[in-house]
Design a protein around this ligand. Structure first.
Ligand code: PLP
Length: 436
């Protein structure tokens, strides 16, 4: 008997009325489900699927959420991976985001019924975490903080040539600063700058002296730079603020990363303002943190541009919970000890090898990433697999992103929260046993 498959394609409204698909429509939106229905109808028409498999096929292609961003297991060993969304939020921060996502009291004092200061609790948490700061402000990211400083403090920005940094993806801090209309007054050379260079550059038009931490590279050899502690006394009494972009957002010194500057020490050394990202080593949401002297923070807050750069309620919620809640994942990953990482790698490799896969535990080197501590590898441990695993793992559910080293795929465990080891094993087994 010959039947035309087109005659048997289930109708759109019949499929959308199926209880499972109707429920999916309630959750994901009808348009999204309808799109999946139409794709499956086409596969039936093309003879790829039997008509009775339609509902299951639609359910299989529906995304988990109405957004298309998916959770990914980061086994790259790069703790703060910009392509993977930088810092994963702590469970406490995620809960705070969900709680704040609806209507919330971000700018209302419920006790008086009056308008309140926006995000006051998050700002208070920042100032408490960095006692050398009198006040704090939060904007979209550190680049926004730089743009606000350059605009609001204005005039000539004095900056060392060795600190004219490209952050990544072609973004260059000097170009960002120049785009605000500020004039850059470059001092020194690529490798050397002295206090006398800075002194000679000061004038009536100077808006600020800016120090930018060259976070993603190092200059070695015949070099000289002027640190905040040396610059601050030289600027005292001139009225010129000293602003330091420290980049990675360590609140205080971390013994694991002795060369990484931190907010508290930089302010204590005499900076008037410090700037940093919220989603690097602080382990919080994407944000630009500005801390320091109250009068300067207030000037930035009052500048019209601030309104275009301020953060939303979910960022404020995540930031506060990151600061006040339990250790965020990035901090735990930095602190993880090598023996623990090796034990996890062995347990995973034994399990995978027990299932017949070519898996073994190896030592590896992890990185801070996100343009932090470029010269500071972190000792780590990984599961080593054949190279053919890299692509199917990346395309799996959940996607697992490792890296290829020589002729092996490595899954580094320092960047994977221990709670995800089970999901990691399941994803590798799924790929490894697929062909059997
Ligand atoms: C990462 C970085 C920036 C950019 O921060 P974003 O939060 O990504 O805008 C600026 N300056 C320094 C020194 C950095 O390390």
């Amino acid at each position: 008997m010959i039947t035309d498959p087109r005659r048997q394609v289930p109708r759109t409204d019949a499929l959308l009325a199926d209880p499972a698909l109707a429920a999916a429509g309630e959750r994901l939106g009808r348009a999204l489900v309808k799109g999946a229905v139409q794709a499956v109808q086409q596969r039936i028409r093309d003879g790829e699927l039997p008509p009775e498999a339609a509902v299951d096929a639609v359910l299989a292609v529906l995304p988990a959420t109405a957004g298309s961003l998916r959770p990914v297991l980061n086994a790259t060993g790069v703790l703060v991976h910009t392509n993977l969304g930088r810092a994963p939020l702590s469970p406490a921060a995620v809960e705070a985001v969900v709680a704040a996502a609806g209507t919330t009291d971000v700018e209302l004092d419920l006790a008086t019924g009056r308008r309140g200061p926006r995000g006051e609790a998050a700002l208070a948490a920042l100032v408490e975490a960095v006692p050398a700061a009198e006040a704090a402000l939060v904007v979209n990211n550190c680049a926004a903080a730089l743009a606000l400083v350059a605009t609001a403090l204005g005039g000539d920005l004095v900056i060392a040539r060795g600190e004219l940094v490209e952050i990544g993806d072609g973004f260059r801090i000097p170009e960002l600063l120049a785009a605000t209309g500020a004039r850059l007054r470059e001092v020194g050379t690529t490798n050397r700058v002295t206090l006398a260079d800075y002194r000679a550059a000061l004038g009536p038009g100077t808006g600020a002296v800016l120090k930018v931490h060259p976070s993603n590279f190092v200059v070695r050899g015949f070099t000289r730079s002027v640190e905040v502690a040396e610059l601050a006394p030289a600027l005292a009494g001139t009225g010129v603020p000293l602003v330091a972009d420290v980049g990675s957002g360590l609140l205080a010194p971390d013994p694991v990363l002795p060369e990484e500057p931190d907010l508290q020490s930089t302010l204590a050394a005499g900076a008037d303002l410090v700037l940093a990202s919220g989603d690097k080593l602080l382990g919080g949401p994407q944000a630009g943190l500005v801390l320091g002297r109250a009068e300067l923070v207030q000037r930035l807050r009052r500048h019209p541009l601030y309104r275009a750069l301020r953060v939303d309620k979910t960022t404020l919620a995540a930031l506060e919970a990151t600061l006040r809640g339990p250790l965020p994942p990035v901090r735990a990953m930095l602190a993880a000890d090598l023996d623990g990482l090796r034990a996890r790698a062995r347990a995973l490799a034994d399990r995978l090898a027990g299932a017949g896969l070519d898996a073994r535990a190896v030592d590896s080197e992890a990185r801070v990433g996100g343009g932090g501590a470029p010269e500071h590898p972190l000792p780590s441990a990984a599961v080593s697999l054949p190279p053919s695993f890299a692509e199917p793992l990346r395309l799996g559910r959940p996607p697992v992103v490792g890296y290829v080293d020589g002729d092996r795929t490595l899954l580094d465990l320092r960047s994977v929260p221990p709670a995800d080891d089970e999901a990691l094993a399941a994803a590798v087994l799924e790929v490894g046993l697929r062909g059997d």
